[in-house]
Design a protein around this ligand. Sequence first.
Ligand code: EPS
Length: 366
Amino acid sequence: MASNSFGKLLTVTTFGESHGAAIGCVIDGCPPGIAITAEEFAHDLQRRATGKSRHTSQRHEADEVEILSGVYEGRTTGTPIALLIRNTDARSKDYDKIVEQFRPGHADYTYWQKYGIRDPRGGGRSSARETTMRVAAAVIAKKWLAEKHGIRVRAHVAQIGEIRPRSFDASVVEDNAFFWPDAAQVPELESFMDALRKSGDSVGARIDVVADNVPPGWGEPIYGKLDGELAAAMMSINAVKGVEIGAGFASITQKGSEHRDELGRDGFRSNHAGGILGGISSGQAITCSVAFKPTSSLRLPGHTVDVEGREVEVVTTGRHDPCVGLRAAPICEAMMALVLMDQALRHRAQCGDVGEVSPRIPGAVQ
Ligand code: EPS
């Protein structure tokens, strides 16, 4: 299978380029009967969109979803669901200067090496624009997970450069431009991002994503591990350079007696495993942390070569995000939701008759 599709029973195939006519996706294997309208996509698409604050790219896309197939009278029919979003605000002239140059830190060079041709307009297929369709597809997955299992997937920005939240309040995350859980720090972030944007540089970010109420038993041992598929799904997002599940790299310095999540009748006593043991959900919250690199499209001059191999100076003009991570919380939620729904369907297919096994330990940390 070519690599524009992912998932086993619930598959999502995306297509399109940043400055092409449209972007879209085909969702196959979706159960029939899920109520869905085109309007329901708007909320998450707007959370991810550019141009919502001065701290992101100022490209203004309508991001309106057209449902082309797979939905009849407001319900999924079980046939492939095709979603389309037309590109309405591409400004390809911004890319004229870098048509023959490779931006350092960008996929320009590797696409060129792989295909011998590239669409430089807006980064073509390597653009973060593609993530729009993952978020759209996941609107259906989030709805199914919530209605069938009471699962909620949410994400927040947990670090921007050196800045970390000093406190955590989930209720304020959606109220600021940074998906930040500490409202008192927002003025500091505004000043930091304003100064960064003026300097022409960019910065990385960490996104924490959590899924609550995932029942035990989802995921498959060995090659279909839930954590393995989550890691691959997160790594498939543009600019991602690291993924941690649960304690992640902190596990290196932990002792076994600290890392193991002890069980009691009233619940687990900690969650260093991130809700996954042996590739299978334990019933605890699934926790994942994702590292986004700093954006590589910079107006600060840098060294590179052109397609003739000459050393040249590159400057990227146009509308870019000084921190791509600022728009990534809905994208990480989307990948978590799509992986979970796929695994849920696979679990139902193979183990649906097993039912609830005792003893069932409450997932919440006690
Ligand atoms: C992007 C570059 C910019 C961003 C784009 C991602 O595109 P353009 O140069 O066409 O303005 O605006 O993000 C989106 C359009 C989006 O919807 O996320 C890149 O190089 O990844």
